[in-house]
Structure formats: structure tokens, C-alpha cells
Unconditional design. Structure first.
Length: 316
């Protein structure tokens, strides 16, 4: 494991992952790293998973929010929902809602079932093409034992990179998108339904990494631009959109520079949504010494913006 040493650009990170989904740091490790950086606000937003109420400290389970606060960090419990069966990378982060809400739990259960079906088929197709990756390796990746319902596709991409089939996990993701033989669609919730359910559960909902969505996508059977697709979400009640994001370190396949995307998102949407968010999409990449690890606070928002935003300030 490489040393973790980074001075954050932002003191509020609204988008991070742990071993509960496809990250390599436990929730406690993530909180401890954030405290070491002097972060004001940290978010645990694992993929399609109810956020942890507790973390293990010295062999005891303690409240996760209280533990974070005891070492100087405001912890936000969130969930990043993967949405839309027909459009890739429509990810929406829910904050501040009742994650015990029956509708949310039902969505989580359906998502878990769909992942088991589609990821097993994805592995079968990889195997048929000569990629030696097993289900057992996915479920035990990084020394973290998982059930089939806790599978994440990025873990498969990690293994493809680890075994030398691609240079990085993001290259594996790009390759699988281009190769139609590996195009396995899984059942995902409608993003408009997620907006409604999260609001009913008392939360707020933000569109993550909007420019990972392709330039042209399908909406109600028609081909529309990315902007038109996002417009539809805003019309249906989307609370915010992520501007500051690590596009240069993920699977972004466009031609714009990260800084230009951030500026464009702010210009297009600052007057149309209530929150302009930001996050690193931290996954603990530094543990595997990749060329381009993402760091907590590398992208995010300023604390002054957070505490002066009518919706965000209610989260702490």
C-alpha cells in the first residue's frame, strides 16, 4: 500500500466509495483519511447500498456520524443509484433521506438481483473470449468477502487491469463498452422514479458526473442530446448536478478538458438547479498504486458554499 499524502482542493467531498461497494477503504479508513486531510464534510455514497450506520472502532460498533464528528469530520450518509437501463452512467446520489423507507429498500433489492444476473453473464462472456476471471475472485476482491448481492462491475474491471488484460480499470470499462459481445444490459431503475422516491423519503437528489453520459442517448424511444436528457431530469425535480469531478481519472471518453466541463456545467445549470455539487469519486485507488489515483477533496465544493446552501446545510 502506498502512502496517502494529498492536500485537498476542496474541504467538502460529496462523492466517495468504500468496501461496501467497489472501494478499497473501509468506511472507518475513509473517515480517518478525511480527518487527516482536514476535511470539513465527507460523503459515503456507495453504489446502490444503504449507507452504514456504524463503523468498527477498537472492536466495537459505534455510530458512524458520531465517530466522524469526534475526529472533526461531518459525515454525510448517501447512496449512488445507477439508473436507466438504456443509458450508461446515469448515476444519481441521494442524501439526507430515510434509507429504511420501504420503497427505497425495494429498489435496492431489485438492483441487487439485476446485478447478480447481468454480472454473471458478463463474466461468462469474458471467459468465452479468453479472459480468466472468476466469480470467486470478484466476491473476494481486495481481501473483502462479499455476497453475490454486493457485486460491483468495477471490481471486474479492476481484475481485468490487475491481470494485465488492460492497463487500467477505466480502460477495461471503455473496452467493454466498445465490444458489442460484452454489452450486457442490466435492469436499472428509471431516474425519474428515483427522484420521486428520494423526495418522498425526505432526501435530496443530485446527478453525478453528467458528462460521462454520452453526447446522444435514448429517451422515451427517441434519440436526444445529453442536454435534453438532463433537462428532462430537471423538469422532474432534480435538486442538483455535479460540476467538479475527476473526469481526467475515470472513463470519460470525450474531448473536453476537466476544467472546461466544470465551467460549462456551472454556466448551464447554476440558475436551473438548487445545488452545484462536486466530488472526487474516491475509491481508495492509492492502495493499488495506479498511475492516476483519485484523492479525497481532489474535486468537491467549498465549505462556505455548503453551509450557505439552503438544502445542503440541513444535512449536518
Amino acid at each position: 500500500m502506498s502512502d496517502y499524502n494529498f492536500k485537498p482542493n476542496y474541504l467538502c467531498d460529496m462523492h466517495c466509495h468504500t468496501t461496501r461497494s467497489d472501494g478499497l477503504c473501509t468506511p472507518k479508513e475513509l473517515i480517518d483519511l478525511a480527518a487527516g486531510e482536514g476535511m470539513n464534510v465527507l460523503t459515503i455514497s456507495d453504489h446502490d447500498m444503504i449507507p452504514p450506520n456504524t463503523v468498527e472502532v477498537d472492536g466495537k460498533e459505534v455510530d458512524s456520524v458520531e465517530y466522524a464528528k469526534s475526529i472533526g469530520v461531518n459525515l454525510l450518509k448517501a447512496c449512488e443509484f445507477s439508473c436507466d437501463t438504456d443509458v450508461d452512467d446515469v448515476h444519481m446520489v441521494a442524501y439526507g433521506c430515510d434509507f429504511e423507507n420501504e420503497k427505497i429498500k425495494a429498489v435496492m433489492e431489485d438492483i441487487a438481483d439485476s446485478k447478480i444476473e447481468s454480472y454473471k453473464e458478463f463474466l461468462n462472456r469474458l471467459n468465452s473470449l479468453g479472459y480468466d476471471i472468476t466469480l470467486e475472485e470478484v466476491l473476494n476482491y481486495g481481501g473483502q468477502k462479499r455476497s453475490e448481492k454486493e457485486m460491483q462491475k468495477k471490481l471486474i474491471f479492476n481484475l481485468m487491469a490487475d491481470k494485465g488484460y488492460t492497463r487500467t480499470w477505466s480502460d477495461a470499462k471503455k473496452m467493454s463498452k466498445k465490444d458489442k459481445r460484452l454489452n450486457v444490459r442490466r435492469r436499472k431503475p428509471n431516474p425519474v422514479d428515483i427522484i420521486k422516491i428520494v423526495h418522498e423519503a425526505g432526501g435530496i437528489i443530485i446527478l453525478a458526473h453528467p458528462y460521462l453520459i454520452a453526447d446522444e442517448v435514448s429517451l422515451k424511444g427517441k434519440t436526444v442530446s445529453r442536454s435534453e436528457y438532463i433537462d428532462n431530469l430537471i423538469e422532474k425535480g432534480l435538486d442538483g448536478i455535479e460540476a467538479s469531478y475527476t473526469y481526467d481519472k475515470t472513463s470519460y471518453n470525450g474531448n473536453m478538458k476537466k476544467e472546461d466541463i466544470i465551467r460549462e456545467v456551472k454556466e448551464k445549470y447554476s440558475d436551473r438547479v438548487k445545488i452545484i455539487s462536486g466530488g472526487s469519486d474516491f475509491h481508495g485507488d492509492h492502495k493499488k498504486d495506479p498511475d492516476n489515483p483519485r484523492f479525497i477533496g481532489e474535486c468537491g465544493i467549498d465549505y462556505d458554499y455548503f453551509i450557505n446552501n439552503e438544502l445542503l446545510k440541513k444535512l449536518i
